[in-house]
Design a protein around this ligand. Structure first.
Ligand code: NDP
Length: 330
């Protein structure tokens, strides 16, 4: 079994030195457990937070422990009443080729609805995050203007598409012309802002003449300051992620637009997808239906190189090197 274990905590971007990537015996499933073999491992921005010390919404991965992560694959042996050999599964199995599970944080992946790798993407944690973040935290309604950052990514691309499904306008902020063209031309966003080449605040003024009702925050930093300056009265800010801060060694830029929260009476709320876990089935039904109707597209960025490539592939997320849901094929 090829296993990625945490060796040390990085000070900034993680590197190969922070992990032990080793061969170990394949574990045996006990009573009520199954053994799965992963075909795809998910790379998620949160991984950087999971290996950082200090208080968070989950305890940090311990030094020496298997790296936390989602994967999708097949059951190869089962002593679990609900799983049979050959079943496609996805879940929080850790960054390793084989994993034993008792079924906790796992789902059976129905590959007639979407390919296996989508079960760690549009029908996995990113899909659930976009769904609950926009509908529950952002409380989007018809006619709203929604702005989302990291808009071409796993979560952001779905946020804009779900906003459109709900009758809202969707404006995305992304890095580079290709990603901006993609979200407008392929995904049907109403507008895009290339934060690397354009003045975000000027473009928001132009593209959101009636101001912004929902901001779905994935990035933080200067982009958050710019968007806050254009919020509408009683607007909602769903704070989903702050990727610009995850590897920072300097303190993040100050929030310069706090006054907007007051004068516009904004509801600014952080959330973690796990908060909504008891409603995952409802979200999956909706996401799968929109996907099968062709209204919700999933873009995968599949990388080769096996588990040894894990640290380098992970870092693509923090440099914008990925284009779509980043996964490692094993
Ligand atoms: P993405 O597929 O969106 O990949 C990350 C993207 O972030 C990059 O492609 C890049 O896009 C952008 N980015 C990276 N660094 C910066 C930076 N310094 N400034 C601006 N943009 C940057 O990843 P996900 O969709 O998986 O995750 C998106 C966000 O959602 C993350 O913040 C993540 O932590 C959060 N998240 C939160 C969850 C929750 O429960 N709250 C659950 C899942 C995800 P570009 O090229 O456009 O710059």
């Amino acid at each position: 079994n090829r296993v990625v274990r945490l060796k040390s905590r990085p000070a900034t971007m993680a590197s190969r030195e922070n992990f032990d990537i080793v061969d170990e015996p394949v574990p045996e499933p006990g009573e009520g457990e199954f053994l799965m073999r992963a075909d795809y491992v998910s790379l998620d921005p949160a991984m950087r937070g999971w290996i950082a010390p200090g208080r968070s919404y989950v305890p940090p991965v311990e030094i020496g422990a298997v790296m936390r992560g989602f994967s999708a694959g097949h059951v190869v042996k089962s002593n679990h009443p609900d799983y049979r050999e050959g079943d496609a599964v996805a879940g929080l199995f850790g960054v390793q080729r084989y994993a034993v599970s008792d079924g906790e944080r796992a789902v059976r992946a129905d590959t007639s609805l979407a390919p296996l790798e989508a079960w760690i993407g549009g029908l996995g944690m990113p899909g659930l995050t976009a769904y609950f973040g926009l509908l529950e935290v952002g409380a989007v309604k018809e006619g709203d203007t929604v702005v989302v950052s990291a808009a071409s990514g796993a979560v952001g691309s779905l946020v804009g598409q779900i906003a459109k499904i709900k009758g809202a306008r969707a404006i995305g902020i992304a890095g580079g012309g290709e990603k901006c063209r993609y979200i407008v031309d392929e995904l049907g966003f109403d507008g895009a802002i290339d934060y690397k080449a354009q003045d975000v605040s000027e473009e928001l003024k132009r593209l959101c003449p009636d101001r912004i009702d929902v901001y779905f925050e994935n990035v933080g930093g200067d982009i958050m300051n710019a968007v806050l300056g254009h919020m509408n009265t009683f607007g909602r800010v769903a704070v989903c992620g702050l990727i610009a801060h995850y590897n920072a060694t300097e303190p993040p830029p100050r929030l310069t637009n706090l006054r907007s929260i007051l004068v516009n009476r904004l509801n600014v709320r952080g959330f973690i997808v796990f908060d909504f876990a008891e409603r995952n089935a409802e979200a999956l039904t909706a996401l799968a239906a929109w996907h099968s109707e062709g209204r919700l597209k999933f873009r995968q960025d599949v990388r080769e190189g096996g588990l040894d490539a894990f640290p380098d592939v992970l870092n693509l997320l923090y440099t914008g090197g990925n284009f779509g849901k980043l996964v490692l094929k094993l």
